[in-house]
Structures are given as structure tokens and as C-alpha cells.
Design a binder for this molecule. Structure first.
Ligand code: ADP
Ligand code: MG
Length: 738
């Protein structure tokens, strides 16, 4: 019988164990084989009764000295006590039962002289450690010879991620049941033989044996290295293959045309010179658009580096060539702002059909989920008829009902909320794949980009336009009235100079239990390291307090959050930008992309509750003009805590790349990769994109070699199968489509 990786565990290890394994998310033979030990106990470590810490979950190996059952006097019921020893120390195991009869089956097995593994939580009873109702398992019950049992204890023992429902040693047993009967032929290797030879890696079969039952800890490490490389290779093979496939897809070329175009007129009217970076990246994109295959490009550039203009120039090239461009933004606020700024920047060039519009003018249409029925109908018509050259919107743009006359380019702004699958979905919807430009303000180290955006070419804007003054950042303690008074005084000075202020809070309403704003996208990072603290500040509450704050002298205060109706959001933003209410109290809806040059000061409440890159994004909202910006990070975290430390480091630098590194160091893998890549947390078990940069780079080069030889990967059935399995895991619909 051949090995079936999908075989249900219940059939292999019995219902009880299978139920326990299910609590670890393990249901199939393959998933159990890929449930790797977290670490290994050195031989002998198990039997050390000297290091039992109160409350620790432990497994000890020991010999039974005595077992006694007695009636309890104080309470009703019976007590069984077994004393075990490792030769020097003793430990007591206790079991309670309604009567001695209930304890009989334990009594019959816990016979003096037997050696076994005992697993439970250590409790101190009158100062001595004991295990109550431990699980136990005897070495002789498996009919192992004494020699085998001895050898087993002389090997490192795997310690598995376990749960209260199943102990580590039971997991080890179950792995043994599944792995034991297998041979090398049962496990097709995802790593092609030539790559195993090249890197000197053991086969999959040997690696699984070594990682689960290593002869030495060094063997286990070798196996881990190979399995980690395998994860990187499977992922990169998929990404490189995906890219190879899209590179060959047909797309309509959108060549640059001569003078008299929207692009030429736009460039001529631009009030400033493009930076060298904008020019260079613009050239790369323009060349991509001229090819009859879809552009797949990531544009990264720090906050304020001027990505929007680069994108707009690309859109104009496409419109000039007769196509349409769509711009996707993560929030309604940002979509509305983009539509507004683009319309303003284009001036007469955006006034198609209007008096005073240029002859070749086009139309910029906003299409979001919350438009009224009439406006929505008109926007849909603009898109479908081709009358709108540029359609700006949120994800609603991807809705089934939205049709374009000739969609040539899709620009995705602030990519971190838009995964590989959504890119695919978008591409698959159009008859001819559109060109795609993805923009992100979160600088990404090369290997992370390879992993998350492995199907994209990368362009980077490294400079910000000249004349910018960097934002000065201060950390302020919320519970020091004198500090806060100073903060409001400084805000007032900015207002008196005709400038605008943001005040950011993590919640909308003081009565809300939850933290994040729904339209703000990114959830607030909850960092519990600083212990219990006052409730999070809320927009509605803070707005009220500021209205009564004498230092602000009655300045108009606007309120912004994701629950406002779109028309109200528009009105609030307009009142703010025109200085009618120069203080805007808001949730993180303003986090990305909002561009109001007159805003120069920002106060962020509960700053420790936000992630580093989120704070950097928020702070990027001030200091966009030529006047210096100031940002206050208000926190009730104690000085000296990690939370406070993080804010201090953020205050000390404005270098996005340095902060990205800091951010990555303090984030979990799932955060780094985003939900779509980490899947249900199952496909990357050993690989860590930040730590394993060199493994990823090596796997990438190998994957490019393989895809170059055979883009279908079918030459290496093991690899092809592993890629399919991964895709099915990340995207359950994949197999149906394929
Ligand atoms: P981001 O990269 O954060 O999206 P934006 O595209 O919003 O940045 O640009 C930030 C601001 O800089 C905008 O007000 C924009 O008009 C301005 N800007 C862009 N390019 C230049 C330039 N070359 N010179 C001066 N200002 C520029
Ligand atoms: Mg932007």
C-alpha cells in the first residue's frame, strides 16, 4: 500500500489521539509529519527531577518506587499516590477518585519497578513538587526490548508544540506510528536531486526522520536547514513561475505618443521639477507600458517621496494611447482625496465636455461603495463608456458590476492591504491583462520583497523632493499635566501661524470596546508589555475636551472617522483644508496618503498602541509642505518599558528604511507577510523572511534556474506537487480553477 499524505489521522493513530492532534490543527498524515519539534531535550534532561518549576508543564522519566491508595479523611473520596525516582530525587504523582474502585486501573498499571514517562503540570504541595493526574506511558508497553528503550532515552527527545489536550510525548508517539513504516519511495522530494547534491542536503525522507527522531542534535539541525530551504524553494518556485506566466501574457502596448498629449501638457504645467528618482522610475514605467505584455511593477518610496505624480504620469500615458486607468485606494478618504488632487492637478485637462476644458481633456471619476444610487450609476456609465479616462475608487472598483471600455492600467496605492490573490483576480477579470503598478510607502528589504512581491519588478524612489523639512518628533507622557499643557501651547503656535493640526486617537467612541476604526484598515497593534493602563482615548471624547481647552483659544475642531457618511467626510476634510476647523481629531483613517500641505503639527494619543510603520505613516501627514512639522507621541507607557523604548527610537529617526527594519524586528511573521501569504499560518513553518534572507536569496536563484528550464515545473513532480499543495492551502479555490 502506498502512503497517502491526505490520510486522516483518526485512521492511523486512533480516535483519542487524533482528537488531541486536532487541537493542534493536525488532521492528515502529511500535516503530522510536518509538525516539527520546537526543540530537543538532551538525553538525561527528561529524568532530571531537580529542575521542576512550579506551574511548568513537564515530562519526566522515572522509575516507580511505591503506589498506595487510601481513603481521604477530610474529604469524600480516595487518593492514589505514586512515588517515582530518577535514582537520586523523588517526585509524587497523585490521582483522586470517588472511591478506591475508581483508581483501580491506575493502581494496576503503576506497579513499583516499572520505568515510564510522566507528564503533567508541577504543583507545590507542602513545599514538595507533585504532578496531579499526570499522563503516563511505559517504555515496556511498546514491546521494545530493554536495549531499545535505553537507546531511546539516550537520544535527544523531541519536544513538540503541544496543548493541554495532548502532551508532547503523545505527539512523538503518533509521529512514530505514521513515519515508522514509510520508505524513501513513499515521500517524493520537492527539492530536485540536482539541488540536493548542489547544497549537500539530505533527502526529504532522511530529513523527516532526523527532525523527528534525531540520533544527535546536530543531525536535527541539518534536517531543519534543508526543510527550511525547501519551504523557500517551493514559495519562490511558485512566485517565479507566476511571474513567468504573466510576463508572457498578452497585453495591449500603450506607447508614448508625441507632443500635444495630456502627458506633455501636464508636464509643461507642473509647478516644480521632477526629482531625479521620479524621472528615472517614470522612464522604467513608460518603457514597461510600451511592451505588449503586462507590466508588473512595485513602486516603493517613503512617505512624501512623490509617488502619486509618478502614477498619474503613467495613467496619462495610457489615456493618451486610448485606454483607461483605474486607481485603487485602501480607504474612501484616500480615494476621494486622490480624485480631488488628480482633478486639481490636471486642471483643464480633466474637464472633458465642460466649458473651458481642453480639447483632448479626459474625465476623472470617483467610484466608491457608498456613492448614492444616481451618482453610482453615472460613475459606472463613465467607466463602461470609456468617457472617464481615470477612475478612482476603493476595492469596490473590483466589483463584478464594474465594467471598463478599455482598462489599460491599474494602479494600487498603499499596497500593504492588497494581496497576491487580489492581483490575480483583477488580472483574470479583464480579457486582456491590464498593466499593473503597485505602490507602497512601507520600505521593504529585498528578501521580504522577493517573498511578498516575488511576482513583481521593484522600483524605488530613494529621495524626497528638495526643500522638505523633516518632522521633529517628541514623546510626551500623558499623565504629566505640564507636558500636555506645553503640547497644546505648541499646537496653538502652529494654528496662530495659519497652519493646521491633526489629533489622532485609537478609538472613535469612549463607549466602544474595540479599538480600530473600520475604515482605517490596519488594526491597532495591541502591545500588552506595559501592563494595565487607562482606557484608550477616543475621538469623540477628545474632541469635546479640546473644545474646552483654554490653550487652543476656541479654534474650530473637526471630527473624522470611518463611520461618517462619505458626504460628511468630504465636508470635514474641506473645512479642515480651508482652515475653518483647523484642528482635526481623527482615527487612523488619515494614516495613508492624506495630503494637506498646511498641516504641520500632529498629536497622537496612545501612540504606543500603534505599530512603528503606522506611526511613521501618520507622522508623514505633517511636514508635506515647506514649513517644518512637529509630531507628539503621547503615551501612558512607563519610561523604560519596551513600548516606551520603541517610541523613543521612532522619535530619533525619520529614515523609513531604518524604521522598517526596526518594525520587522518587533513584528510577527504573519504581520510581515500579511494574511494572504502566511495563509492559515501553515505553509511557512521554519522559514522566517527577515532572519533567513540568505536562504531565500539562494532559493530564488535556484527557482529561476528551474523555471528557466521548465516553466511548468513538471520535470520535477515532487516540486510541482508541493507548489500545488501550497497554492491549495493559501487559496482553496485554486484547484478548481486550475
Ligand atoms: P507619497 O509618495 O507619500 O504618496 P505624494 O505623491 O503624496 O507622496 O507627494 C507628496 C507631496 O509632494 C505632494 O504635495 C506632491 O505634490 C509633492 N511633490 C511631488 N513631487 C514633487 C517634486 N518633484 N517637487 C516638489 N514637490 C513634489
Ligand atoms: Mg501617496
Amino acid at each position: 500500500m502506498t502512503f497517502d499524505p491526505e490520510a486522516p489521522l483518526e485512521r492511523l493513530v486512533g480516535k483519542r489521539t487524533a482528537d488531541g492532534l486536532k487541537t493542534l490543527g493536525l488532521t492528515t498524515a502529511a500535516s503530522l509529519l510536518r509538525h516539527y519539534p520546537r526543540r530537543y531535550a538532551e538525553p538525561g534532561e527528561l529524568t532530571d527531577l531537580g529542575s521542576l518549576e512550579n506551574g511548568a508543564h513537564v515530562t519526566v522519566m522515572a522509575r516507580i518506587v511505591s503506589t498506595t491508595v487510601r481513603q481521604m479523611r477530610a474529604r469524600h473520596g480516595a487518593l492514589l499516590e505514586t512515588r517515582v525516582t530518577d535514582g537520586t530525587r523523588e517526585l509524587s504523582l497523585t490521582f483522586f477518585g470517588k472511591s478506591s474502585g475508581f483508581l483501580r486501573s491506575h493502581e494496576s498499571r503503576l506497579v513499583p519497578g516499572r520505568t515510564g514517562l510522566f507528564s503533567g503540570t508541577v504543583q507545590l504541595y507542602r513545599g514538595a513538587p507533585q504532578l496531579t493526574h499526570p499522563d503516563y506511558w511505559f517504555l515496556d508497553e511498546d514491546e521494545e526490548s530493554a536495549e531499545e528503550a535505553y537507546e531511546r532515552t539516550a537520544r535527544p527527545s523531541p519536544i513538540y508544540p503541544a496543548s493541554t489536550r495532548i502532551a508532547s510525548w503523545k505527539v512523538a508517539n503518533a509521529v512514530g506510528v505514521v513515519l515508522g513504516p514509510l520508505t524513501a519511495e513513499d515521500l517524493p522530494d520537492p527539492v530536485p536531486a540536482e539541488l540536493l547534491a548542489k547544497h549537500g542536503y539530505p533527502s526529504l525522507f532522511e530529513s523527516l526522520k532526523s527532525i523527528h527522531t534525531p540520533a544527535t542534535v546536530a543531525d536535527a539541525h541539518k534536517a531543519r536547514a534543508r526543510l527550511r530551504y525547501e519551504e523557500a524553494l517551493v514559495l519562490q518556485a511558485e512566485l517565479v513561475r507566476r511571474r513567468a506566466l504573466t510576463v508572457d501574457l498578452p497585453a495591449r502596448a500603450r506607447p508614448r505618443t508625441g507632443g500635444g498629449t495630456l502627458l506633455a501638457e501636464f508636464d509643461a504645467a507642473l509647478p516644480f521639477a521632477l526629482t531625479d528618482g521620479q524621472r528615472a522610475v517614470g522612464g522604467e514605467i513608460a518603457a514597461d507600458l510600451e511592451r505588449p505584455h503586462p507590466m508588473q511593477r512595485l513602486l516603493q518610496g517613503d512617505v512624501g517621496s512623490g509617488k502619486t505624480i509618478v502614477a498619474l504620469r503613467a495613467m496619462l500615458q495610457v489615456v493618451d494611447a486610448g485606454g483607461q486607468a483605474a486607481l485603487l485606494a485602501p480607504t474612501e478618504v484616500l480615494a476621494a482625496q486622490h480624485a480631488r488632487t488628480i482633478t486639481t492637478m490636471l486642471g483643464p485637462l480633466a474637464q472633458e465636455g465642460m466649458l473651458g476644458g481642453a480639447d483632448n481633456a479626459t474625465r476623472v471619476t470617483l467610484l466608491t461603495g457608498s456613492l448614492g444610487a444616481a451618482a453610482r450609476k453615472e460613475a459606472l456609465l463613465d467607466a463602461a463608456s470609456g468617457r472617464a479616462g481615470i477612475v478612482v475608487g476603493t476595492h469596490a472598483l473590483l466589483g463584478e458590476k464594474v465594467q471598463f471600455a478599455d482598462l489599460g492600467l491599474v494602479v494600487v496605492d498603499e499596497q500593504h492591504r492588497f494581496g497576491v490573490e487580489q492581483r490575480d483576480a483583477l488580472r483574470n477579470r479583464a480579457e486582456v491583462a491590464p498593466h499593473m503598478l503597485v505602490m507602497t510607502a512601507t520600505p521593504i528589504p529585498r528578501t521580504v520583497a522577493m517573498t511578498v512581491f516575488g511576482d513583481l519588478e521593484v522600483s524605488t524612489l530613494t529621495e524626497v523632493p528638495a526643500g522638505r523639512t523633516p518632522v521633529t518628533t517628541h514623546v510626551a507622557l500623558a499623565d504629566r499635566p505640564r507636558w500636555m499643557a506645553r503640547v497644546w501651547q505648541i499646537v496653538r503656535e502652529h494654528l496662530d501661524a495659519g497652519e493646521l493640526a491633526y489629533v489622532v486617537c485609537p478609538r472613535i467612541d469612549p463607549d466602544d470596546a474595540g479599538a480600530a476604526d473600520d475604515d482605517g484598515g490596519e488594526p491597532v497593534d495591541v502591545d500588552e508589555s506595559a501592563g494595565p493602563r487607562p482606557p484608550l482615548r477616543a475621538v469623540l471624547e477628545v474632541a469635546e475636551q479640546l473644545a474646552a481647552e483654554p490653550a487652543l483659544g476656541g479654534a474650530g475642531i473637526g471630527v473624522m472617522h470611518g463611520r461618517l457618511a462619505p458626504a460628511d467626510k468630504d465636508r470635514v476634510m474641506t473645512d479642515f483644508t480651508h482652515g475653518r476647523s483647523p484642528v482635526l481629531v481623527s482615527t487612523t483613517v488619515i494614516e495613508v496618503g492624506v495630503d494637506v500641505p498646511a498641516a504641520t503639527v500632529m498629536v497622537i494619543f496612545d501612540a504606543d498602541r500603534f505599530g512603528i510603520s503606522q506611526l511613521h505613516q501618520l507622522r508623514g501627514r505633517v511636514g508635506r509642505g515647506d514649513r517644518p512639522g512637529t509630531c507628539f507621541l503621547v503615551t501612558s507607557a512607563e519610561e523604560g518599558t519596551p513600548s516606551f523604548e520603541r517610541l523613543t527610537r521612532l522619535a530619533a529617526t525619520t529614515d523609513g528604511f531604518e524604521l522598517a527594519q526596526l518594525d520587522l524586528e518587533t513584528r510577527s511573521e504573519g504581520d510581515v507577510l500579511g494574511a494572504s501569504q502566511s495563509g492559515r499560518g501553515t505553509s511557512l513553518r521554519l522559514l522566517r523572511v527577515v532572519r533567513d534572507a540568505d536562504v531565500i536569496a539562494r532559493a530564488r536563484a535556484d527557482a529561476e534556474g528551474l523555471v528557466g528550464q521548465d516553466p511548468t515545473l513538471e520535470t520535477w513532480p515532487g516540486l510541482a506537487a508541493a507548489v500545488r499543495a501550497r497554492l491549495a492551502e493559501v487559496d482553496p479555490e485554486f484547484l478548481e480553477r486550475a
